[in-house]
Design a binder for this molecule. Sequence first.
Ligand code: FES
Length: 110
Amino acid sequence: MASAPVKDIAVSILYDGESHEIQTYTNEYRSLMMLIYDKIYTEDFGECLGMGKCGTCLIEIISNCGGLSYYERNEDITLLRAGHTDKKFRLSCQILVDRHLDGLKVKVLT
Ligand code: FES
């Protein structure tokens, strides 16, 4: 019998004035957006289900321990359209859940 994966990735998520400390493991979720959606009830979050088009999964990177792994689906154009040119603003649906997330602190902006 296989043992359960070790939750060795810690992510801190600020939402609506509260900090949520979440433990996960590589590929537990398809993206950071799915993790946030599942662990924290965030109204009107992730409306295009990860296509990088709606911008409702917007986050601000508060601190990051290293390079994030990501998809490249429409993120640049969606952020630009919303007026976000600073690299600290990201679409959480385009960020993969892997070891690079460990120590990440983000703020949900929607
Ligand atoms: S879920 Fe729509 S842009 Fe991320």
